[in-house]
Design a protein around this ligand. Structure first.
Ligand code: FO1
Length: 312
């Protein structure tokens, strides 16, 4: 069975890791959000790509979920001494990734090629693609004006109220080479429990990815349990966009794209409401969606795949 996963940051990377363990090598492709990408000190930063690749390689920082394990921070400390911008924390090992990515992009390599080469170097057998080689930087509309995504997310710690998102350049961006073939070959597409607004929507905004997905069996795993986001500001964003955060709200966000939806067992009472909602027929599976340990990532991945098989 061939599977494509759409993933953003830490939550998406965890399920992608589980799927990689649950599927034979070569049967999984992960398409990753690059709306979070930006430049810092002239370096090309691709946080979600790195989070997914580091996680698949088993070298992600287990405390933060982003950045590298066994990290040291000497460069950051040196920058702090000089009064340089230090709000975005690049560790010493992580810095190597950024220096080399920036060098390669300057020399004319495309982001999907750099990602492929880095995955090879880190021993990642899963095919990982950026959604696009073209820049699609997310801009967050807030009560304090328009903010580039990382300034909103990291520098301002998601404090400003959001009223919308712009995926700048999405109208001109093209899917990265390999994205079309992997979606067309897939028996199912899994939208990982990533933030629907800022991790998954940018991928769907790169035309014609949404249209390709409409032809497929698409499942999503809810990143909201109860009325809380498992990680990050997804629940806050739903509220500020005038929507009560819930698994039901996530299903409504993806609407008719979904054939199947996986929710946490805590939200079991929402199953019928979701199945009979106006946006069309979606089958719902409830299970434990927490992924604290590696075993839990693999268990959830197996359940998602088994559920997906019933929908193909
Ligand atoms: N997130 C933070 O909250 N603070 C940071 O200083 C930070 C640094 C960072 C460096 C490299 C990287 O790949 C990710 C980093 N992140 C940091 C995470 C990242 O900004 C967000 O989690 C994602 O963009 C949202 O998915």
């Amino acid at each position: 069975m061939k599977v494509v996963a759409l993933a953003g940051g830490v939550g998406g990377a965890k399920l992608a890791y589980g799927l990689a363990q649950a599927l034979p090598a070569g049967n999984l492709t992960v398409i990753v959000n690059t709306g979070d990408d930006f430049e810092f000190f002239g370096l090309k930063v691709s946080p979600d790509l790195d989070t997914v690749c580091y996680t698949l390689a088993g070298i992600a920082n287990p405390k933060t979920g982003w950045g590298r394990a066994d990290e040291t921070w000497h460069t950051l400390e040196g920058l702090e001494e000089l009064g340089a911008p230090d709000w975005f924390r690049l560790g010493d090992r992580d810095l190597a990734t950024h220096l080399e990515r920036t060098r390669r992009l300057k020399n004319g390599q495309k982001l999907h090629q750099v990602t492929r080469d880095f995955c090879r170097a880190w021993g990642v057998e899963v095919a990982v693609f950026p959604m696009s080689d073209d820049p699609v930087p997310t801009q967050v509309k807030t009560d304090e004006g328009m903010l580039p995504f990382q300034e909103y997310f990291v520098r301002e710690r998601c404090r400003p109220r959001v009223s919308g998102f712009i995926f700048q350049g999405a109208d001109k961006a093209r899917p990265a080479p390999g994205v079309k073939e992997s979606i067309q070959d897939a028996d199912m597409v899994v939208i990982c429990p990533s933030n629907p607004w800022v991790s998954v929507d940018p991928i769907l905004a790169v035309s014609p990815i949404r249209e390709w997905l409409q032809e497929k069996t698409v499942l999503a795993v809810s990143p909201i349990i109860g009325s809380r986001a498992v990680k990050g500001p997804a629940a806050k964003m739903f509220r500020e966009m005038g929507i009560e955060p819930s698994a039901f709200a996530v299903a409504g966000h993806y609407g008719s794209l979904l054939s199947g939806f996986v929710i946490d067992e805590e939200d079991r009472e929402q199953v019928e409401e979701i199945q009979s909602a106006a946006w069309g027929s979606v089958s719902v599976c409830d299970t434990n969606t927490w992924m604290e340990t590696e075993e839990e990532r693999v268990r959830l991945a197996r359940e998602v795949l088994a559920f997906g098989k019933t929908l193909i």
